[in-house]
Design a protein around this ligand. Sequence first.
Ligand code: SF4
Length: 437
Amino acid sequence: MTVAATPKKAPAKEVEKDASMVKQKEMMAAHYERLTSASETGAKVCNTFVPGNLNELIMCFDLVNNLPEVNAIQSGLRRQSGAYVLEAEKIGHSEDVCTYVKSDIGMMAKGNIGPNGKRMPDPDILLLSYTGCFTFMKWFELLREQYKCETIMLHTPYMGDGKITPNMTQYLVKQLKEEVIPTLERVSGVKFDIDRLRENLKKSVKAEDDLVKVLQSAKNKPSPIDAYFGGIYYIGPMFGAFRGTDDAIEYYKFLRAEIEERVAKGLGPVTPDGEMGKEKYRLVTEGPPNYTNFRQFWKMFYDEGAVVVASSYTKVGGVYDLGFRHDPDKPLETLAEYCLGVYTNRNLPMRIDMLSNYIKEYEADGLLINSIKSCNSFSAGQLLMMREVEKRTGKPAAFVESDLVDPRYFSAANIKNRLESYLQMIEQKRASARAAA
Ligand code: SF4
């Protein structure tokens, strides 16, 4: 029997990265090393979620922050999440469950190996800041069953009326004082020091200021950044384990300088294939991206000269561009206000206002919604939001569908078709506006 020689594959094209992306990757790698070496170093681990994460507080107890959503994203980008999702479904989790949860559960079932190829640590504590998504609670109930560790469920009231009242803030502060801090002290064995929290919060503010400058640089024409696909790299340290650290200050200072240089030179965004080329369309996006085909998804945009100038997704870990900053002078109140204000905790009218304003302020051509099959927190009401934003701005909106980390729900041909038809619609609108002028 003869066996045909496997044809030699052409080497995969290197992804182009700007210096800040390289720096960010190094920070993430160091963080995963901290996590996976926890059993040797004796570090204790706190699992928590991105929206409403209390990193400045967690660090006061020398705990290392582990974010299951970020682990699921890493599994998606590495094309491992598909197998994890199937594993979780085999155990009995329904097809409709958020695929971040199923990726996490499946990863645990298959040995809990992290992105650096080493075993992820068991958590010493689960800290839930319940911010606008009921799934978070169910997710930690499952982890609690698995790890039998202490669990804190910080209840964040939903911003149903579109505002934060003093009662809401005080309700959260009370929980912080009476439940969260005493439990963190007990589990970590470290006494709470409010001055340490203030110091961490001061560091957060510096990094937050620079992140906002980076996000708002997209008001330039051409935009020097892609605020959705590129934006995901930019928010990584802030929304993850670095807010409140010197590393974050340094990263955002560096990133801001890099972007300001691009503005000065009149450059557009860097894509995985290099410089984007001529900016033809400016879009605002709503909803998370797809991670299993992230690069392919992004390419569909930059191949057409479409750049995202603002996105709601890059606000899930804090809406800093609308003015919020952590306030070291009110350390507990500011943590409460942060949890209350994140995007997923905002009601539909607030989300509509935000998207409509982005279209005006960033002089965008329209709104594109990526509706995520398994994320109710984002998807509920998106059709209504789309119609309302169209009505208010007079700009066209469109809808594509995919999933977070389940590769079965990424249909490249469908998404490409819809995106191309949408961009044609923008062209037609431009032509009629010219004719009417
Ligand atoms: S917000 Fe969406 S993606 Fe995040 S946990 Fe909830 S359902 Fe899952």
